[in-house]
Design a protein around this ligand. Sequence first.
Ligand SMILES: Nc1nc2c(ncn2[C@@H]2O[C@H](COP(=O)(O)OP(=O)(O)O)[C@@H](O)[C@H]2O)c(=O)[nH]1
Ligand SMILES: [Mg+2]
Length: 417
Amino acid sequence: MISKVKRKTDEKVAGGSSSNGRGRVNRRGNGRVLLIGGFLGAGKTTFIGTAAKRLGDRGSRPGIITNDQGDGLVDTALGEFFSAGEPGAVKQVTGGCFCCRADALVSALDDLAESHHPDVYLIEPVGSCTDLMATVLLPLREIYGREFDISPMAVVIDAVRAEAVYASRTASRDGKRTRARGGRSPGFSKEVRYIYGKQLEEAEVLVLNKVDLLSAPARERLRRALSDAFPEKRLFEISAREGTGCDEVLDHLLGETSSPPELMAVDYDEYAEGEAKLGWYNSDATVHATGDDFDADRLLLALARAIQSQLESEGAELAHFKMSLKPLWPRDPGGIAVVNAVRNGAKAELSQRLGRRVLVAELLVNLRAEAPPATLQRIVAEALAALPGPARTVLGDRAAFRPGRPEPQHRITTLAS
Ligand SMILES: Nc1nc2c(ncn2[C@@H]2O[C@H](COP(=O)(O)OP(=O)(O)O)[C@@H](O)[C@H]2O)c(=O)[nH]1
Ligand SMILES: [Mg+2]
């Protein structure tokens, strides 16, 4: 229970249990909420897609809510794909994070409750957010009065990024291990690393993902390093992409209730600086063949690699870079190619192939990196202008920005003893 609630804004909202004026799911037995956090590119969406399918197989009705600072998202284009056969059971809250747009999250939960009656909600916050227990999960029940069963907060970790942060610091020359909490993530500034560290500190359950990319000894080293750094936390090892270990995580999350031992201290100035170091660039464009049709997968991959190599040469540390290409002509409803890159030094790869040639296609670019937004915009524009192969692009909507200072609508600061 909460003994003290600090309301930062909007007295009206903080005042009642059906505070957004709808109160449609303000009853017990509303279902279970699984908040799946973690840094940009860690594999949250992939895990949620796998979990939704597994839940469907078990006869459950999953609903998904994702979140982004901007719109024009590749994940939206992939909506039907990761809604596991339930089109419409995915809602996006865009234009700000859940903590700053708590009302929008509650509306999305209400809408899903009414349209799809999910028994499990899988919720993915923005990957640059932290302090989600105090600003999202606790307010959901304590301020909005939504009486869900809330599972322990899970944080998904990219094993390769974590290896750079933790495992490399755990063995000294004489073989003694050192504590790795607060370890350094090569490439990102200390302000961005502050957010990364806070995300792990806040987790009730650590989900070490992409273990398929590690050798057995590297995996063992990392497991020990994380267990040393966070001895009180339950640690799972999975490959969300291959599906290994995901059932165990789900079983645990579905069988337990969130009960944080304390609320984490967060320096909002440092947090804001970390967010402000990250540039976000979203755009859409139409790609036209100038002569013969082109191979969509090849073009997308070549474009991604050109952008990635320019980012690296300008010293921009990549957080998550996603692009999709959807055929407009010849038509192919549901067909999409998707390319991803999540760190410098790891080549962009196709996570979904279209497998055909097209004449006209819609390109979406979602790029998050530690660099000025204007730099990201220029690099993408230059790569599009020099597009490999016989194609030209017409740019549509564009947004280049840094996330604003996090200003949670609500922040619960004390747990009752
Ligand atoms: N090798 C590997 N790649 C993965 C795994 N899970 C996710 N990825 C890839 O990591 C990238 C980012 O994944 P995504 O789920 O979008 O990350 P998010 O930003 O945390 O939602 C994509 O290219 C995924 O295909 C995994 O278990 N193994
Ligand atoms: Mg995602």
